[in-house]
Design a protein around this ligand. Sequence first.
Ligand code: FAD
Length: 386
Amino acid sequence: MVGGAPDLLVVGGGVWGSWTALQARRLGATVQLIEEREPGGPKTTSGDYSRIIRHSHGEDSLLMGWTQRTLVAWKELGEAAGEQIFVESGVAWFVSGDGIWEAHSEQRMREAGVPCERITPEEALHRWPTLGTEGLTSVLYEPTAGFLRAGNGVRAAARMFEREGGVITRGRATPASDGSALDASGTPIAAGATVWAAGPWLPELFPQLVGADAEASIIPVRRDAIYFDAPNMGVGEIPTWIDEGLAVWGIPNDQDHGVKVGPEFDAGNFDPSVWPDEAHPTSIARARECAVRFPALKSAPIKETRACQHERTKSGHYVLDQHPENSAIWLAGGGSGHGYKQGPMVGELMARAALNNNPMQLPDRRFKLRDRSEGPSSPMGEMGLA
Ligand SMILES: Cc1cc2nc3c(=O)[nH]c(=O)nc-3n(C[C@H](O)[C@H](O)[C@H](O)COP(=O)(O)OP(=O)(O)OC[C@H]3O[C@@H](n4cnc5c(N)ncnc54)[C@H](O)[C@@H]3O)c2cc1C
């Protein structure tokens, strides 16, 4: 701490900001987190009940490795916080499309020793009797994957950050022309370095860098989640699932929230300042269409719906980079439907990079603000699929 200013200021207490703050604190830095709402609050991208965490990343070994480390960190956080954050429900990839993504993922997982198995539709029906096997050619199953109790997990990370000596301030920060942070009265917030992790609000804060016309544009797009009241579809009775062919994913009923279904349907652009209370009617209709996979959902009552958004980049790869004109300023955003499964890893990378004023050592430029490389193909990223 120099002259009372923290070594690191983090703006935004979603999954990326909270983990960046916590990891920086664990590296011995003094850290302030400023959050306009509340960490993991309901009308933020990180605020839903659950998010999928799975190892499959097609041919992308980098992100698969990040997920392995991330999963360990989430489990350790749960143990330290005294609550279950990760639920090992298993993740089933129901193959009803061309199966190329799943084949690449299986190959990479086997090479890395990540548990996975390929099962027939008949075997899948035996394991999960509520399954509908129409159009299903095989299942790639990850028994050690599952889902995170998402909002709870972020709130636990924020509490842990405070418990370990970090400071959380409620307020809205805006960037000065050099990217450093100003408080609501326009006064500079002094800090050794600043990480902006403001999720879908990043484009309005940094239009030149991640606005609609920027190379690394982050576009908030509406994607909704529907919670169904359906029997015999809890953890242990069905897996967390993803069906790329049907463009839908789901999570078993957990803590009586209902069976969650996420149709891969863009319900328009999203202004995060005007967050709707409920899902778009077409999202609900699309979720019902997934009844091919779980017929009980065709007529199951709806318990709750949620409007959500993907803060999505063109390539589906994140933005994790240093401000081009101010080396003390960093941006972390563009989760593109994947931010949770690498939250602790992204936090560690951002914390180390910002505290050491040292760009990350990564194999390619896919996370850069400028001269971005495409990185490995990311069909799930383009779809925004979980
Ligand atoms: C429907 C849906 C399903 C998804 N499924 C998955 C999944 O299965 N697995 C997965 O890994 N990911 C998934 N994701 C993606 C994941 O949820 C996001 O990538 C992640 O939550 C983004 O976190 P964040 O911290 O970047 O942003 P946010 O959670 O939005 O956090 C940003 C924070 O910054 C604060 N803030 C904004 N502006 C300011 C300011 N000026 N001053 C102070 N504070 C500010 C906000 O209040 C907010 O708390 C999904 C997303 C959606 C929408």
